[in-house]
Design a protein around this ligand. Sequence first.
Ligand SMILES: [Fe+2]
Length: 335
Amino acid sequence: MGVYDSPWLQANPDRVKLLGPVCIGYGHPDLTTAHKYMTDFGLVEAFRDPETIYYRGYGVNPVVYIGKQTTQPKFLGVYFEAASLEDLQKAAKIPGASAIEDFPAGGQVVHVRDPTGIPFHVVFGFEKRKFTPPQRDGQPYNFPSSNDADVESKPRRGKFHRMEKGIIPVHKFGHCGVVPADIKISCDFYCTHFNFKPSDVMLGGPEKAVMLIFFHVDLGQEYSDHHSFFLAAPHGVLQPGRPHHAAFEVESIDKQFIGHDYMDSQGYQPFWGVGRHIEGSQVFDYWFDLDGFLVEHYADGDLVNEDTKIGWVLRHPKDGSNWGPGLPSPGPPVK
Ligand SMILES: [Fe+2]
């Protein structure tokens, strides 16, 4: 048994139960152009103060992205929702954690840093929004059948695909990854203090070293996203302390292609997509924001629960999709 296959099994009465991700924060030197970018990406301004803009999607969380005015591009950390006030209080007892403070979007927050210095935040007590999905213009898919009367294979009958082009609305912030200086130390930290459990562990190189660990929040029998957080080992441009990417859910694969075309029409820099991942199964589309941070539109991801076996995956990192373009080289720019 090693650090990767034991920590979440260790008895820890002070483990913080998290329900899922809420939002992510970045600092931008030019918040005006960053605002245009995030709006084109599909986020909606919820509220602002003199130095910060808070964005929402159409899901229940009041904020999914925090853009802050900073002198240099900066990763400000991910925010996860605690299951209870008691869990938030447990977070405040993690070594180095802040006291409980007010969270600008409502409720309270505790600021944590993992042992490699990466910021991580726990929030609780904010008011949920009403789920307000845009009017669905997609229609069911028709599949090949020997008989056009086969309603099960061909449910779209007398209705047509007519979709609006332009900005595609984001539902929620779904996951992010970070690059800790020591993936073993950080894995142990997150699995010891929080209910993160690996879904898939990617191994690479001649020594089959751990390259990437996808975590879901362990909710027992209840299902949760295949990954809401992940750790990537430093490699090439993936320097310690950097975020890997931040992913936001959109409604459908059709919407992703519409969004891809819109982002392209605005002259933004694509990175990778549209394609479908293997681990997590999401249809992905990665873009560089104006400060070089990677953001992703995704749709149709997997759900897992405590019955899902951990995957130990040995595969070339460039071969990470069911379909779509190959992983570009050399990787994201570092700013
Ligand atoms: Fe992703």
